[in-house]
Design a protein around this ligand. Structure first.
Ligand code: IDP
Ligand code: MG
Length: 139
């Protein structure tokens, strides 16, 4: 049985608010492993690859601008069913209604911006995880 992997990003709002440790703590406390970690300032080209599925949506350009607005932290986390498990830890996309107890539910809210700022990204399938990990960790 090969261990499942997911790509987690701490977005610029999470980094600027000093929540990198909090996000890592929750991943580790749940029992997943941190396999790789990197801080970077993403450029447009990298984000166009990462968010290819959202090209053309109304929030796409605000999303790219937001993700370029400051440093982010890319993490590969692993463990049985980690993709589903991290998305459960993160909570739903809209932080206003994300359940208390989740990263987004506890730590974020709608700020009235064009793109919702919700602290973290997590891959949504094994295919997305493999694709996204390659983008952020080409080696
Ligand atoms: P996810 O991050 O929960 O998987 P996606 O649908 O993949 O959500 O959207 C990527 C990111 O784009 C979200 O995390 C959020 O920051 C932003 N976003 C998604 N949908 C909306 C929307 O309807 N309005 C504003 N921002 C959105
Ligand atoms: Mg998504």
């Amino acid at each position: 049985m090969s261990t499942e992997k997911t790509l987690v990003l701490v977005k610029p709002d999470g980094v600027s608010r000093g929540l990198v440790g909090e996000v890592i703590s929750r991943i580790e406390a749940k029992g997943y492993s941190i396999d790789a970690l990197r801080m970077l300032h993403a450029d447009r080209e990298l984000l166009e690859q990462h968010y290819a599925e959202h090209v053309g949506k109304v929030f796409y350009e605000p999303l790219v601008e937001f993700m370029m607005s400051g440093p982010i932290v890319a993490i590969v986390a692993s463990g049985n069913r980690v993709i589903e498990g991290f998305r459960a830890l993160a909570g739903v996309t809209d932080p206003t209604v994300a359940a208390p107890g989740t990263i987004r539910g506890d730590l974020a809210r709608d700020q009235g911006t064009k793109v919702v700022q919700n602290i973290v990204h997590g891959s949504d399938s094994t295919e997305s995880a493999a694709r996204e990990i390659k983008i952020f960790f080409p080696n």
